[in-house]
Write a protein that binds this ligand. Structure first.
Ligand code: AP5
Length: 216
């Protein structure tokens, strides 16, 4: 089999980014993440797409979805050039799921399940490296030296949308728009629900077992 095409679903803070990094390293596939792509292009001019705001920044800082046309174009381009991938952050509504079906087939669909209060704790305590993007948590996965990245020595910062008000809005947006996407994929070949509330190594063990079983 060629490199696997993996979709990872789950609410904000479920560990999609953390586990996608493991998957990309273990299976040699590309990590395609709409969140990182949009953060790198927060101030791009999208006014010609007939959107409410002129850049992605306003949507993201509030925790709202960036318009579909912007995100669909990012994913289409990234998947076109990828030899196997783990797709993280997309699709986030049924319209995006339908769009994805026209772009690619999927070998494995992982759904991480975590309770709401755990998600709030994970997101408000997350710190990311401003230089290399490595992910930490002040309590669950602290760096050796507070505020300093273990990987590259860069500064650790809090994402603009990891304050409690934005986090709670992101979880409401997930319940309204993205939970139906998970229901939509439940009958898909290769769908596996993962208990995301375990420690990161436990989650990774279950994910690796699921990928091995679904791609055997
Ligand atoms: P995006 O960047 O995709 O954010 P998200 O979905 O809210 O997901 P997160 O990155 O916050 O969480 P995660 O599941 O990756 O968790 P992580 O591994 O970091 O999107 C941001 C914004 O961009 C959206 O709000 C929207 O505006 C826009 N956008 C993106 N895609 C879009 C789309 N398709 N359509 C429209 N708009 C879009 O883990 C979180 C923390 O928990 C970390 O600190 C980590 O160390 C810790 N942790 C992880 N696993 C565990 C564990 N098992 N136990 C304890 N702690 C853990």
């Amino acid at each position: 089999m060629s490199n696997p095409r993996i979709l990872i679903l789950g609410p904000p803070g479920a560990g999609k980014g953390t586990q996608s990094a493991n998957i990309a390293e273990e299976y040699g596939v590309e990590h395609v993440t709409t969140g990182d792509a949009l953060r790198a292009n927060k101030d791009m001019d999208i006014s010609d797409m007939d959107t409410e705001y002129d850049t992605p920044r306003e949507y993201m800082e509030a925790g709202d979805l960036v318009p579909d046309a912007v995100v669909n174009a990012i994913v289409d381009e990234a998947l076109n050039s990828a030899d196997g991938f783990v797709l993280d952050g997309y699709p986030r509504n049924i319209e995006q799921a339908e769009e994805l079906e026209g772009m690619t087939d999927l070998d494995v669909v992982l759904s991480l399940d975590v309770s709401r209060e755990e998600l709030v704790d994970r997101l408000t305590g997350r710190r990311v490296c401003d230089d290399c993007g490595a992910n930490f948590h002040v309590e669950f996965s602290p760096p050796e030296e507070a505020g300093v990245c273990d990987e590259c020595g860069g500064d650790l910062i809090q994402r603009d949308d990891d304050n409690e008000a934005s986090v709670r809005n992101r979880l409401d947006v997930f319940d309204e728009n993205t939970a139906p996407v998970i229901d939509h994929y439940e009958g898909h070949a290769g769908f596996v629900a993962i208990d995301g509330e375990q420690a990161p190594d436990g989650v990774w063990g279950d994910i690796r077992d699921a990928i091995e079983a679904e791609t055997a």
